[in-house]
Design a protein around this ligand. Sequence first.
Ligand code: ACO
Ligand SMILES: O=CC(=O)O
Ligand code: MG
Length: 525
Amino acid sequence: MNGLKLPKLEQPAAGLIDQNCQQFLVELVRKFRPQLHNLLVNRQQRQQQIDAGALPDFAPETASIRDSDWQVATLPKDLTKRRLEITGPVDRKMVINALNANVDCYMADFEDSQSPTWEGVLQGQINLFDANTGQMTYTDPVSNKHYQLQENPALLIARVRGLHLPEKHVMLDGDVVPGSLFDFALYFYLNYQQRVSRGTGVYYYLPKLEHSSEAQWWADVFTFTEDYFQQPRGTIRATVLIETLPAVFQMDEILYAMREHIVALNCGRWDYIFSYIKTLKNHPDRVLPDRQVVTMNQPFLNAYSRLLVKTCHKRGALAMGGMAAFIPSKDPAENATILAKVKADKELERDNGHDGTWIAHPGLADTVREVFVAGLQGDNQLHILREADAPITAADLLQPSLGERTEAGMRTNIRVALQYIAAWISGKGCVPIYGLMEDAATAEISRTSIWQWIKHGKTLDNGEVVTKELFRNYLEQEAQVVRGEVGDERWAGENFPKATQLLEQITTADELVAFLTLPGYDLIQ
Ligand SMILES: CC(=O)SCCNC(=O)CCNC(=O)[C@H](O)C(C)(C)COP(=O)(O)OP(=O)(O)OC[C@H]1O[C@@H](n2cnc3c(N)ncnc32)[C@H](O)[C@@H]1OP(=O)(O)O
Ligand SMILES: O=CC(=O)O
Ligand SMILES: [Mg+2]
C-alpha cells in the first residue's frame, strides 16, 4: 500500500496499526525524511570543523534570540509538577510498575534503555496504548505474579528514538523509515483521542538533538500532525534532552524554535558525557579521565546544569535534572551507601534550581522524594532565575576534567561495554552491571573513553600507554573474566562472542563510530 512495506502484523498490532495509521506514517515520512537527511549531513559538517581544531561556541548569528525577551507557551497544568520522574523501557511489567510508582511522571523509553527489536518496539506501542486506556494487566509467566494499574497512575511521557536511528523493518518507497518518526507517529495516532478526551495532551521526550534546526524540524512535525488530525496547536508537548555538547550552546535557540510545543529541557548527563568525548575527540587537552570520576561535581558538568536551569527559567520552561545510575542493593549496608550517594547527587541538582529529576528504579523514590518533594517550596522552582550568577561561558562548559586514567578503570570499561552490547543485541536495552544501571548512553562512555585514550596515547596509572595492542590484550583477559562471571551457557547463548567482536571493531577503528547502536542494529534481526 502506498509504497509502505512492513512485516505481517498479528493481532492486536494489526488492529491498531490500521490503514489510517499507515497512511499518516506514509505522509509524515514522505514530507520529513528528506529534511532529516540534510540535518544529519549538517551534523557531520559541523563536526568536521571541530575535528579541525575549532571549539564549540554560542552562535553569533542567533545572538538576537539569546538577548531578546520571549517566553515559551504557557505550560499545561499537568506538566508543571514533575519533581520525580521514573524512566524505563517499554516492557509490559515495567510499564505497569513505573506507572504505579510513587512518582509524578513516567518517561516510557523507546531510546537509551530499549533495544529496538521489532517485537520490542511493536509490543512497546501496544503496552503504551493499553496504559493510556487504563486497561492494562500482566501476569508474569514464571512467578505467576499479577500486575494491574492502580488509580492515579504517573503522567506518561514517551521518549522516541534519536534522529540517527532507522526502523529497518519498515520501508517506504524503497528506503527505511526513521525510527524517530515511526515511534512518534504510532504513539500519537494510537493515543491522542484517548488523551485529549481526558483533558491532557500527547507528551514526548526528544533525545540527542544537536542543533536548533533539528528542534525546528520537530516543531514542523508537530504542527503538521496537529493540523492533520485537526487538533489545536500545543496538543503535542515536548521535553528536549540537552545531552549533546553542541546542543548546550543552542538552548535558547531550541526553546525558541519549539516555543509553541516545548515545556522543558532535561540534563541527559550520560549522553552529554559521551558527546563531550565524541565532539572533542581530536582535542588532546580535553580527554576525560576514568568514567567513575566524571560526576556532576566536575566543573564542566556543573556549569551545564546551572546554565540549563538559568536558560529554561528565563523562558518559562522547566529544567529537569538527570539520572544517577546507582540502583538499590539487596545488601542493607551497601544500600545505605547507595541511597546516600543518590541523595547527594539529587541535592546538588535541587540546589542548582532544577524542577525535578529522574530515577532509574522504584526503590529510589522515597529517598529522592525527600529531596525533590519535601525539599521544594512548591510544585517546581521556576522562580529561581540565577540572575546574580556570573555568566556561564563557553570556557566553563568545555573545562577539562581532572582525574586519573587507571588500569582498573579501563578494564571495568571493557567488561561493562562487553556485557551491555551482548544484552542490547539480545533484546535488552537496560541492565544492572556491577551495581549500576547501564544503558546505551552509559555504555557509549565506556567504549569511547578507550577509543580516545588510544587515539591520544594516554598513559595509565600502571605506566602502560594505551594502544590498540594493549586494548586487545585487556579485552582478551576481561572477556574471560566476564565468561567466568556469566557462565558458558549464557556466554554462548546471549551473544557474548558477537559483542566481543563488535567491541573490538569499534574500539580499534581509526575513525570513531558515531553510535554503537548503528553497527549493533545490524546484529539485531
Ligand atoms: C542515560 C539514560 O537514558 S537514563 C534512562 C534510561 N534508563 C532507565 O530508564 C533505567 C531503567 N531501569 C531499569 O531498567 C532497571 O531498574 C534495571 C535494569 C537498572 C534494574 O532492573 P532489575 O534488576 O530488574 O531491578 P530489581 O530486580 O531490583 O527490580 C525490582 C522490581 O522493580 C521493578 N523495576 C526496576 N526498575 C524499574 C523501572 N525503572 N520502572 C519500573 N519498574 C522497575 C522491577 O520490574 C521489579 O519488579 P517486580 O518486583 O514486580 O518483579
Ligand atoms: O538520556 C539520558 C542520558 O543521560 O543520556
Ligand atoms: Mg540519553
